[in-house]
Design a protein around this ligand. Structure first.
Ligand SMILES: [Zn+2]
Length: 393
């Protein structure tokens, strides 16, 4: 008798906003695909079972802003322990590499990691190498032709261009660098991700360069050139950009997610399209920790569980044109699944200014599957987590 499914995740509360599911469901997996999501799926004697009763089961999370060029970019962390094993099956590296350094990023990180990694290529050809020298203070690094060529040669891996507009990073070259980034995007059809914090170029002028599908990350930062004006009103330029399809992304980071800004923006119903971590070396041990912790902060801010999960699954997938492949548990999708405990209690969440909020719920990763393969959290101790065995026939 043929085995119908290789693996069934049984009895969990499945939250899949793309399919409108928030209910107890079994999830069946065959090979690297989701095969079925139903109230009850008969496992059969040959089927491996993961008991998810009392757990939350979601599509593998998508983090659209991380830094995982470990060993080269000073921000870099290892993707598998900090992303995949913490629930994020797909991540987008936000400019750690540029045209001079992308080949190494692909060879030594993208191609050998279990985490699914896509890249925003930095308009500076060095990427983000050095903590003391701004990557665009010398305009020779902003080479349009070389960036275009790198994008064209790596269409499967590079999804867009990144630029950081902070004074110390661009020097006198803010507007010219931004125009060059725009030029690369126009030539390749790829999107532009802008970090606008503390820029010599005005917020309005930065927004002028952004089109539908482009991304303004760090949307709740509190430096100059943010979404709020001096009276804490959402700037009309931010609203107009959102209306024409520019995406606003959290990008928590070390200095870019501030409760007072989020409070003001949310009170004016200006909501981020995606929740991302900006996870890197300097925030991994606080205040960010992980994408799941970042998402938990939005539960504390009063977002529903469904909305929070949507912003880290189908939301980022849809806006990057990959919904259906990832971002959902719809049959046929990649078998990327995150299993969490939705813990209740008293949890401390700090923003980038060290402001403390107390939350009552926290998403704690238990097990993550990428393409049907399980990855348990790496707690630094050797242990033997439940590793479902895959039967091959
Ligand atoms: Zn970043």
């Amino acid at each position: 008798m043929p085995v119908k499914y290789e693996l069934v995740i049984k009895g969990g509360r499945v939250v899949d906003p793309q399919q409108g599911i928030d209910d107890d469901r079994d999830v069946a997996i065959t090979g690297d695909r989701v095969a079925a999501v139903d109230p009850t799926i008969d496992a059969g004697p040959e089927t491996e079972v993961i008991d998810a009763r009392g757990k939350l089961v979601t599509p593998g999370l998508i983090d659209v802003h991380v830094h995982v060029y470990s060993g080269v970019s000073h921000y870099g962390i290892e993707p598998d322990p900090h992303c995949l094993r913490q629930g994020a099956t797909t991540v987008y590296d936000a400019g750690s590499s540029g045209a001079d350094t992308f080949a190494g990023f692909k060879k030594y990180v993208i191609d050998v990691s279990a985490t699914r990694i896509k890249a925003y290529l930095h308009i500076s050809s060095q990427g983000m190498l050095n903590p003391d020298i701004g990557e665009l203070t010398d305009l020779r690094y902003a080479d349009v032709a070389r960036a275009v060529r790198m994008c064209e040669e790596n269409r499967d891996d590079i999804v867009g261009i990144k630029i950081r507009m902070s004074r110390a990073l661009v020097g006198e070259n803010g507007l010219e660098s931004l125009k060059r980034a725009r030029e690369v995007c126009d030539a390749t059809g790829l999107s532009l991700m802008v970090h606008p914090n503390g820029s010599p170029v005005s917020f309005a002028r930065i927004m002028d360069e952004l089109r539908a599908g482009d991304v303004c990350t760090h949307c709740y930062h509190s430096s100059d050139t943010g979404i709020l004006d001096d009276d804490d009103k959402v700037r009309p330029e931010a609203r107009r950009a959102a209306a024409r399809g520019v995406l606003f992304d959290v990008g928590h980071g070390q200095g870019s997610f501030v409760y007072s800004v989020a409070d003001a923006a949310l009170a004016q119903d200006f909501r981020a399209n995606t929740i991302s971590s900006d996870l890197h070396r300097y925030n991994l041990h606080g205040p960010v920790y992980s994408l799941a912790t970042t998402a938990s902060k939005f539960l504390q801010l009063g977002w529903t569980l469904n909305e929070v999960i949507e912003k880290v699954t189908s939301g980022p997938a849809r806006t990057r044109g990959v919904l259906g492949k990832v971002g959902t548990l719809k049959p046929g999708a990649c078998a990327d699944v995150a299993i969490f405990e939705l813990q209740t209690g008293t949890f401390e969440f700090r923003d980038a200014k060290d402001e403390l909020r107390i939350g009552e719920q926290k998403l704690v990763p238990v097990l993550t599957l990428r393409d049907g393969k399980p990855y348990a959290p790496d707690d630094g101790h050797p242990h033997h987590p439940h590793q479902p065995h895959h039967h091959h026939h």
